[in-house]
Design a protein around this ligand. Structure first.
Ligand SMILES: [Zn+2]
Length: 118
């Protein structure tokens, strides 16, 4: 019957559409990961992990930063909106360039760790 033929064709198109959507989502995820990984590398943090960030009010603290993975912050590329454990406020934080940190900065930031979640 003609009706059955149409249905089968429609199903095939829909399967292709779903596959294209999955590929597109994967590409977006890979692009987001790559952008952050490249940004972290440029700042001297390698592929991430525990990095030292500066909040909007200038506080330094260590936080877990893994490209494209986060449960405790809203992300905007190399900026994140999260809680600052030093000033106890919500703020935009950005990773600090490793070469800009003095030993004192590192010690102070390491003492101000936030929770161990990305
Ligand atoms: Zn702060």
């Amino acid at each position: 019957m003609g009706q059955d033929g149409d249905d089968a064709q429609g199903g095939g198109l829909e399967r292709r559409g779903r596959r294209a959507r999955r590929v597109r989502l994967l590409l977006i995820a890979v692009a987001a990961f790559a952008r952050e990984a490249i940004g972290l590398r440029a700042l001297g943090w390698g592929l991430g992990g525990r990095v030292i960030v500066r909040c909007g009010q200038g506080h330094l603290f260590a936080t877990i930063w893994i490209p494209a993975a986060s449960v405790k912050s809203l992300r905007f590329g190399m900026r994140r909106f999260q809680r600052c454990p030093v000033g106890r406020h919500w703020t935009i934080v950005t990773p600090v360039r490793v070469s800009e940190l003095s030993d004192d900065d590192r010690r102070a930031a390491a003492a101000n760790r936030d929770i161990a979640l990305p």
